[in-house]
Design a protein around this ligand. Structure first.
Ligand code: NAD
Length: 321
């Protein structure tokens, strides 16, 4: 069995490797070669922690396993560890023997950023030049970095509920040599692509804030009750997702479905666009929406990639288990 500790991930994983892993597994999901297991998420009644498992099996990539982890709100203050903690476990699908244990904290941010980046590649207008960020927390910088790879963006605009956090994304824009402008929500009308990545439980982005032809990646809503985007905006656009079952239950589309504005039949897996069984964007004025809910197979695919890279570089720690 191989171990790849958290401390090694930053040196091993690249944006490109994460992108390829997630694009491949979304395609496998849509082709029904890969599926996610039901998600377990429990308040364990200790340290206010939320703990759970996300797992799945990719028959095409032969990746089997799970990510175990969650959120410990007191970690930073009490123990000096980050609050989100996760570890990926991979198993040999032929034998059930454990094959790898991989640090999952940085990988989670990279696989989430890769998902919206894949959606931009396949759904944004080719001439997209202005990218708008809603959210400026931990995930937002990873999101922006990965998104900038996909189009010849010329400007980054941003709005955040806590404006004092906007320098986080301004820094990423400037590192890429792009100007940054803080805007009001109305100012988002300039954007050709919008990524929303907040922990909000009420919508900020309304239909009137979005111009025709925009692609929106809704990445923050991954739990029942969370919401970043007005349900009417979801109904106005064409909705794509990683997994339909999660989109309608814990994703951004949960509200539009609950309000009776759309049904699960109106939502397409992004993998279908990658595989060419769905045409994707149909006009320059269509609003496309990616509801990125975060699936276990994303975690497993990037972890498998990291194990490969670690083996090639002689960094993986082999244990007799
Ligand atoms: P963070 O705590 O670092 O940042 C939170 C962000 O939300 C900040 O921009 C903050 O200003 C904003 N915010 C907080 N309260 C708000 C409110 N009431 N209205 C509008 N904005 C508000 O969190 P993070 O690590 O960046 O994660 C952001 C979100 O992404 C979380 O909801 C997290 O669960 C989700 N997430 C999703 C996936 C996925 O696969 N889809 C993966 C990882 C994280």
């Amino acid at each position: 069995m191989l171990l790849v500790p958290e401390r090694e991930i930053a040196n091993l994983m690249t944006l490109e490797a994460a992108f390829d892993a997630v694009e491949e597994v979304f395609a496998a999901m849509a082709a029904k070669d890969a599926y996610n297991f039901p998600v377990i998420r429990e308040a364990i009644g200790h340290e206010d922690a939320l703990y759970g498992f996300k797992g799945g099996f990719d028959r095409a990539g032969l990746t089997l396993g799970l990510k175990a982890g969650g959120y410990w709100p007191n970690n930073l203050e009490k123990f000096g560890h980050i609050n989100h903690q996760s570890t990926v476990f991979l198993f040999d699908p032929d034998t059930g023997m454990p094959s790898a244990m991989v640090g999952g904290n940085l990988l989670t941010a990279l696989r989430t950023a890769a998902a919206s980046s894949v959606s931009i590649k396949h759904l944004a207008r080719p001439d997209a030049r202005v990218i708008g960020m809603i959210g400026a927390g931990h995930q937002s910088t990873f999101q922006l970095r990965a998104a900038l790879e996909q189009r010849r963006f010329e400007k980054v605009i941003g709005w955040n509920y806590h404006p004092e956090m906007l320098p986080n994304i301004e820094k990423v824009a400037n590192e890429a040599g792009l100007p940054f402008e803080a805007v009001t929500l109305d100012g988002m009308q300039q954007a050709d692509v919008i990524i929303s990545i907040t922990s909000a439980f009420a919508p900020s982005l309304m239909a009137e804030h979005v111009s025709p032809g925009c692609h929106i990646a809704c990445m923050g809503t991954d739990t029942k009750g969370k919401q970043e985007v007005e349900a009417a905006l979801i109904a106005k656009g064409t909705v794509f997702t990683d997994e339909v079952a999660q989109s309608i239950s814990i994703g951004e589309a949960q509200h539009a479905v609950a309000d009776g504005l759309i049904t699960s039949n109106d939502i397409t897996e992004l993998g279908a666009v990658i595989n060419g069984t769905h045409a994707g964007r149909s006009s320059d004025t269509e609003i496309t929406i990616f509801d990125g809910t975060g699936v276990g197979l994303q975690d497993l695919s990037v972890a498998a990639k990291v194990v490969d890279l670690a083996q090639k570089r002689g960094i993986a720690i082999e244990v007799d288990f």
